[in-house]
Design a protein around this ligand. Sequence first.
Ligand code: G3P
Length: 478
Amino acid sequence: DGEVYKYYSDGEWKKSSSNKSVAIINPTTRKTQYKVQACSQEEVNKVMEIAKAAQKSWAKTPLWKRAELLHKAAAILKEHKAPIAECLVKEIAKPAKDAVTEVVRSGDLVSYCAEEGVRILGEGKFLVSDSFPGNERTKYCLTSKIPLGVVLAIPPFNYPVNLAVSKIAPALIAGNSLVLKPPTQGAVSCLHMVHCFHLAGFPKGLISCVTGKGSEIGDFLTMHPGVNCISFTGGDTGISISKKAGMIPLQMELGGKDACIVLEDADLDLVAANIIKGGFSYSGQRCTAVKVVLVIESVADALVEKVKARVAKLSVGPPEDDSDITPVVSESSANFIEGLVLDAKEKGATFCQPYKREGNLIWPLLLDNVRPDMRIAWEEPFGPVLPVIRISSVEEGIHHCNASNFGLQGCVFTRDINKAILISDAMETGTVQINSAPARGPDHFPFQGIKDSGIGSQGITNSINMMTKVKSTVINLP
Ligand code: G3P
């Protein structure tokens, strides 16, 4: 009690001179679990200054050495999976096994990034001038990829470790320095993860981690003139960040309303299994969760029955017990979800299970016969509540999907691959999965949202490229 986790700057753990802290509420107990420093704007200024200086010599550090340090950090991260996972359980109520998986996946991501980085950054281009009309072969152009400078990484609460390293590792391998602003819930997990990078022996100041209140340092960080790139994952805060940010590259992954379109010929057991995994894992708190099922009327009854039977088998309880459904991240989140449920009730949705809530714990709920006038047809609950809309044609399903302001992923279930591809082409989303639930991974796959779901493409290779700029030198021959 009273202990406040320190923030990380200049290779050291520090107390904020503000003498203020931010409390992290455990979603299960709803009591303060940890406290972190509430950093001040002056401390952010200092971190930016140090990050800028550290980046200069890091950019000159050989690529293979940068990779070596990342491999070391990856191994240390995996060794520390148990204590980090424990924090994830306490801070964000992630089921115990999933919490360990998140850390292991993060270690793998860091190693892969190091390997990919040495390959793609180890190559440049050589161009000759006489391919363009009017030119002789008198100009040779050499291009390479150089770092952007200081990258600001802002991960969300649902994958505080994994979505932090998916920004940190590409930034570092590409020769950038990194300032991390963790989400409040997930901040201690992030500090532990940063400690693994510290143990790996990265140069001082190359990585910093500032904690604090969004109201105090949020805009200050994202609008800071020392920032050369922002990689953000989260909600619609990303839209306001992109409006306020300067002329710097932005990588944003925001919300989603991923649709699951089910055709008449689909394997309904496969669909039901994927709806459970896609809709209810981590209690629906994933941007790639299945957030609306659009099923052809003729198979709707059968599908709903199969999903209902599987929902009944989901365990509900604390994350320490590795329950399938755990408390959602905060009371305000639970209240928001409840608002969507009550709206659907008032407008006549069919409740496949009774609505039940205790504190932040919401029992899994499937809502059948949802109609477009209900909020849940369009808004993302970020909770274990899944609407089913019955459709009379595939076109109706595609139309619903494309009418959304989101465009992250979607999925289609059918045995007819030709139809599936045509539907994929028609869906205005960054990715369409055929016969499986939406998912970001494997982490080297491209991952992108369109419309309000984001800007740019992630995935290891794309993130490395995004965190570099092209530099060319032209040799002019006499
Ligand atoms: O919610 C964040 C998003 O990146 C989801 O990742 O691995 O659950 O598909 P994943």
